[in-house]
Design a protein. Structure first.
Length: 92
């Protein structure tokens, strides 16, 4: 999967800083055991950054803070399916 990442905090003045969106990518592998449990492994990588020079308040631009950070995540999940999806399918 592909998407975007952004930092939201004291170095941003907007809730979603569209001008600071950076590309991100993830990979998910799912192993279906055939029973009621599935295992999922995920990898995510992206980059976030913030900079006071892009703020409109002179209090913030005078502070002159900035950062750039790589974000890497590994996750493992077990899914329990208590109901059979084919049994609850309403479509013919």
């Amino acid at each position: 999967m592909t998407g975007v990442m952004a930092y939201n905090g004291d170095l941003t003045q907007k809730e979603i800083p569209f001008n600071r969106l950076k590309p991100a990518a993830s990979l998910k592998l799912i192993y279906n055991t055939g029973d009621f449990i599935n295992f999922r492994l995920g990898l995510v990588y992206g980059q976030v950054s913030g900079n006071d020079k892009k703020n409109t308040s002179y209090y913030l631009t005078d502070r002159n803070l900035s950062f750039e950070s790589n974000v890497a995540e590994v996750n493992f999940c077990a899914e329990f399916n208590f109901f059979d999806p084919e049994f609850h399918n309403d479509y013919p």
